[in-house]
Structure formats: C-alpha cells, structure tokens
Design a protein around this ligand. Structure first.
Ligand code: ZN
Length: 304
C-alpha cells in the first residue's frame, strides 16, 4: 500500500514541476515580448528567436543549465541568486512558477478525488487533465501579460475561441453530454453548438454593459472580448459560476487597493487575472458546481 502513496506523491510532484516549467517559459515569453510583438508577427525571425532561444541570466547573460531550470526548487537551492554571477534573480519568477505549479497540482488532486465518482474512467481523467493544462497555460499567459501591460492579446482570444469550438464536442470534457440542456434542434451537434454560442454571446453582452455603464473604468474592452471565449468554452451553467467568481474576486481586490489608497479610481486596472480565477475554478470544480441545486431550479424554470 505504501508504494501507491509514493507513486501518488511522485506524480503530484511531477505535475507541479510541469506547471512550474511552463510558468517560467510563459514569464520569458511575456518578458521578451517587449522586444518583439506577438500580436503583429512583424518580425518572424526575432519572434522565433524569442520563443526558441535558451534561457539566460538577465545580468551576466550566461546560458542556464538544466539544473538552473528546475522550477521553484532551484530558486530555493540557489538562494535566489544566479549560479554564475551571484546576482539576485527577481522573486517574481519564483512566485510565477509557484502559482502555476500549484494550480496544476490542485487540478490533478481534485481529478484524482473524482476518479471513484466517475467509476475510475481513465479517459475522463486524462482528457480533463490535459485540456485543463492547456487552458490554464493560455489564461495564465493572458493574465500575466495583462498585469504587466494592461493589454489582452487578440491572438489568444482567437485561439481560445477556436479551442472551444473543438472541446465542446468532446463528451468527456466537463462531461458535456450529460449536462446538455439545449434541445431545440433535432441535430444533437447543433444543440451543443447553440448552447455554447448563446452562453458566449450572453456573457459578452453582460461584460459590454458593465464596460459602458461604468464609463469604461470598471473593465477594459480587452476584458469584454476575452469574456466571449471563456464562456463559450464553459457553456451556460458553468459560465454563471465563472462570472460570479470573477466579479467577487475582482471586486474584493478592487476594494483592497482602494482602501489601502495604493490606487485611485482613475488608475488603469487589470481584470483578466480575476476572469482567470473564475474560469479555472469552474474547470477544476465543474463536477461540484454542476451538482448545485441552483441549476436544477434554473433548468426547471427555463423548461430545458
Ligand atoms: Zn548571472
């Protein structure tokens, strides 16, 4: 029995390391993007160099070896300093790796917890886990970029929409087939598509209304665009959870910065990280959220 626990611990650690490594890749991408623009692809050569180039120390430009690239742990082991020039490495990299590593691990642990509930269906487990890793990496990039530049990448909004168009037809993903509530059309695929499209459009209208009503100070136009693919991916039910958590977390953060007088109302704001929190919580805990009685009541009154 003890072997099972060791195997479980190693798997969780491995998942954490994958998340951390992807985070450091994303951080480099956001950092190097100041030199090249991902949105315009104006210079393909520098663009590919920025993505494929090896990581190096920002102070001494020494290329990093495989041991320096181990996320989180190498930072602790090297005491936050470069192995070659002993200069301090920004603590930001450490936190960025820690956050995505933790997000991946939470999803892995919760998916394990759901295994008996799903009758040990391995394909549900893997499909949700892998798609979660992809979506989490993209939204992490978008959020980190938004915090740094107060901008949301159009390319990523388009990419998320395209992915949503594929994932909605994967029955294992969020177990969509069992949660289908749309039955207006005789074609099953058309029902699925309309359920997700309507969800995306309604959320987009809601965000657009907030954008206009708050005089463009509450959220940015980029956030309005981003709300579409996230809601399109989730479908109507989970979108309610996504919108709710986004505004609760964003509102709490807004209150926090205003009370501490660190910012004024007219200062630029970022909202993508809170949309990320809402989106990723919906993806991780979908099975819990979808079992909430509110959806039974809602479906009863909507007659669907
Ligand atoms: Zn160095």
């Amino acid at each position: 029995m003890i072997e099972v626990y060791i195997l479980f611990f190693i798997s969780a650690l491995l998942v954490f390391m994958i998340g951390g490594s992807l985070a450091s890749f994303i951080a480099v991408l956001v950092y190097r993007e100041k030199e090249v623009s991902i949105n315009t692809f104006e210079n393909k050569k520098t663009f590919s160099k920025a993505i494929l180039g090896r990581s190096y120390c920002e102070t001494c430009k020494h290329k990093l070896g495989p041991f320096d690239l181990i996320p989180v742990l190498s930072y602790i082991y090297l005491n936050g300093r470069c192995r070659y020039c002993k200069n301090k490495i920004s603590v930001e990299y450490f936190f960025v790796e820690l956050v995505l590593g933790a997000i991946f691990t939470i999803d892995f642990l919760y998916s394990m917890y759901l295994l008996p509930q799903n009758g040990f269906n391995i394909s549900i487990f893997y499909i949700n886990l892998i798609l979660f890793f992809i979506f989490a990496s993209i939204i992490f990039y978008v959020s980190y970029y938004d915090i740094k530049n107060y901008l949301i990448s159009d390319t990523m909004v388009a990419l998320l929409s395209a992915l949503g168009l594929v994932t909605m037809f994967i029955p294992e993903f969020l177990q969509q087939s069992s949660n289908m509530l749309f039955s207006y059309f005789s074609n099953q695929y058309l029902n699925i598509f309309m359920y997700h499209l309507l969800s995306g459009i309604l959320t987009l209208i809601l965000f657009l209304a907030i954008y206009i009503l708050t005089n463009r100070k509450g959220i940015g136009l980029g956030d309005v665009y981003l709300s579409f693919p996230l809601s399109f991916i989730l479908g109507f039910d989970l979108s309610l959870v996504f919108v709710y958590i986004s505004f609760i977390s964003g509102g709490l953060y807004g209150l926090y910065v205003l009370l501490l007088r660190r910012k004024k109302l007219k200062d630029p704001i970022f909202f993508a990280p809170f949309m990320g929190i809402g989106f990723l919580s919906s993806l991780i805990f979908y099975s819990y959220f979808l079992s909430l009685p509110i959806f039974l009541i809602l479906h009863y009154y909507l007659g669907v």
